[in-house]
Ligand binder design. Sequence first.
Ligand code: NAD
Ligand code: TDX
Length: 331
Amino acid sequence: MRLLVTGGAGFIGANFVHYTLRRHPEHQITVLDALTYAGNEASLAPVRDSIEFVRGSVADAAVVDELVGRSDAVVHFAAESHNDNSLRDPSPFLTTNIIGTYTILEAVRKHGVRLHHISTDEVYGDLELDDPAKFTPETPYNPSSPYSSTKAGSDLLVRAWVRSFGIEATISNCSNNYGPYQHIEKFIPRQITNVLAGLRPKLYGQGENVRDWIHVDDHNSAVHAILDKGRSGETYLIGSDGERNNREVLSMILELLGQPGDAFDQVTDRAGHDLRYAIDASKLRDELGWKPQFTDFRDGLAATVDWYRDNEAWWGPLKKQVEAKYAAQGQ
Ligand code: NAD
Ligand code: TDX
């Protein structure tokens, strides 16, 4: 199969390329990535000779048309992905997440190519801490931030193109990922690299917000299950029962790095901060037979800590700039 992977130099996309080449070496992969601040070619260095890499934007219709025209399927990861950035400047979120997805849709429609669209659980808004409910494919969309609203918009475009034009497409909405190659602006790698760089970790507000953590390889094995067995027009929720609040996750990171439990700062909370996400993945498990492999969060986190410890050359050059951006807003 000739796979076009958009956003393949980002966190989940790069892990998807590595995972795919390990498990399905027969696939031919082309990565389309604009190499924004979030993209890093070094994340693909170990497989550079086994893939085709094209630097370009998913919002560029000519590039997208040419690449989609010679693919069997598109896995669309490319996005502006960070909530805090979307609060500072929503504009690239509109261009990439909305116009970029529209551009991909027009190309798959023209060439009759299958699409898998990668999305987030944040399209559903948030849950109360004491609510027994989890998100299901029937939960109404209720996004909170410029990031999540543009992801919600992109999902709705995909659904409309399936219904109106009969394109073959599936959607997945996954919870918070962790693992290697994640940009150090995000919570877990920011705190790990703060400790490694001699800085104090930064917790937003009281740290009671709950995220449903999943290892990135479990996300990607689910994407493969959907590519293999998913039904066109369907939405699959991906999660591995990993609910933990930010305080608990930070405590684990501090412990794994041999720091005292109180060695962190509480900083200004995120505006409109979603309280809790939780995924009911029973459709994926029951219909497609998927199950996660990383069932012990502490083990997965320990491996992630080791990865950042061993790969300072990958994140070191970014650290000063990322922290300066946060410091400017008291975070
Ligand atoms: P990321 O920010 O690490 O990577 C995004 C990649 O897309 C980068 O390589 C960047 O250069 C590229 N990109 C950005 N704009 C582009 C454009 N216009 N054209 C081409 N490439 C462009 O993001 P991530 O965390 O790997 O997320 C990947 C996808 O998964 C996103 O669609 C995101 O919404 C979704 N998702 C992420 C998570 C998570 O926890 N990180 C959870 C659920 C869903
Ligand atoms: O320094 C920090 N301190 C802190 O307490 C940062 C960066 C974050 N946080 C909190 C905010 C959230 O409650 O940690 C939690 C996780 O924050 P992020 O890593 O920014 O992730 P989140 O906003 O939950 O969104 C992530 O999961 C869903 C991804 O970035 C999205 O792309 C994905 O859609």
